[in-house]
Design a protein. Structure first.
Length: 81
């Protein structure tokens, strides 16, 4: 079994808070699509945008309901406008 995640620096360093939100959703959907092709060998870790407190919980809930995503990774570099 291999577990994949997005690599650093990710999108948390993006100053525009709207862009990372869209990128996290895209990354989680992409990761899920890849992992679901071979679920006995691959699983993935979702990533969430930490710019605003309400968004990460909703995206994490959405992401872990997708095939192959089993957890969450948080990057520590957040640029706020």
């Amino acid at each position: 079994m291999m577990v994949f995640s997005i690599t650093s620096p990710g999108y948390q360093g993006e100053a525009d808070p709207e862009k990372p939100e869209a990128l996290s959703k895209h990354a989680n959907d992409y990761m899920s699509n890849i992992m679901s092709k071979n679920p006995t060998h691959f699983q993935g870790i979702a990533s969430v945008n930490m710019h605003y407190p309400a968004e990460p919980a909703g995206e994490l809930t959405r992401a872990v309901k997708k095939p192959g995503l089993v957890g969450c990774v948080l990057n520590d570099c957040i640029c706020l406008p």
